[in-house]
Design a binder for this molecule. Structure first.
Ligand code: NAP
Length: 228
């Protein structure tokens, strides 16, 4: 267990869903205290118990409302569909001051999920930054990792590109990527999240055309890094 894991509490807003539950599982397994947030506290408690059951009770996962989770956490991770992005952030933004927000959102617009359609702010992550304001650092990550990989022990063949509003925000988010047993890369400022979010639609298109359910991306041509 890392020093960070011992010290930090992570809230996963919408952690009852597919992507959020998978990330929560991985962070709980790494030793972080994880709060599952939901619009319904009952649903959150059920999701938390399910994760605890898989981990055979060896971790700390607790369910509560999104607001309570955002209030109690050091780092807040947003895992709700784009349609709920603004409302969810509006509901918790007052609890985020001085904290890191990690946005996993891909701004998919049904029915054309495999067509890149960015919001006026440039990307979902930039929109999040506009909503939460100056006092909150925002990183964006995990947009390309299918939830299907997250619960389980298999090696995840998809790297994570991390963008953020500051170097510190990216470094903190990269620690969460490593804790989830994934390979992460500093992909630069939050403006670059347009590319990362857009890649998810490209991957969905590849899935559709080539019969896969979980295509991913890998950065190549970079010398191997020593383990941390
Ligand atoms: N699924 C993937 O493989 C994947 C991969 C990479 C990134 N992502 C991103 O992760 C985010 C979540 O995706 P997901 O597939 O996990 O979504 P999901 O399972 O459909 O929803 C996640 C949670 O969001 C909350 N939610 C749903 N609709 C809502 C609404 N109208 N208003 C407020 N909250 C609502 C629900 O929580 P409560 O009902 O408990 O409040 C739900 O359990 C998305 O932005 C997606 O782009 C997903």
């Amino acid at each position: 267990m890392t020093k960070e894991a011992l010290l930090l509490t992570i809230a996963v807003l919408g952690g009852t869903g597919k992507e959020g539950k998978g990330l929560a599982y991985r962070w709980a397994k790494a030793g972080y205290r994880v709060l599952i947030g939901s619009r319904s506290p009952e649903k959150a408690v059920t999701a938390a118990s399910e994760i605890m059951e898989i981990l055979e009770g060896s971790s700390s996962v607790v369910g509560m409302t999104n607001t309570e989770a955002a209030q109690q956490a050091d780092i807040v991770v947003l895992t709700v569909p784009y349609a709920a992005h603004r409302d969810t952030l509006d509901g918790v933004k007052d609890m985020l001051k001085g904290k890191l927000l990690v946005d996993t959102t891909v701004p998919l617009v049904p029915p054309k999920l495999s067509k890149v359609q960015m919001p006026a702010a440039g990307s979902a992550a930039q929109e999040a930054k506009e909503i939460v304001g100056e006092d909150v650092e925002v990183a964006a990550a995990f947009q390309n990792v299918s939830y299907k990989h997250l619960i389980g022990e298999e090696y995840v063949e998809c790297d994570v590109l991390v963008t953020g509003s500051s170097k510190e925000a990216r470094e903190e988010a990269l620690k969460l990527v490593a804790a989830a047993d994934l390979t992460g890369w500093d992909a630069g400022p939050l403006e670059n999240s347009v590319v990362v979010e857009g890649l998810s639609s490209v991957l969905l298109n590849i899935n559709r055309l080539y019969g896969s359910k979980h295509s991913g991306i890998k950065i190549t041509g970079v010398p191997a890094r020593p383990p941390e």
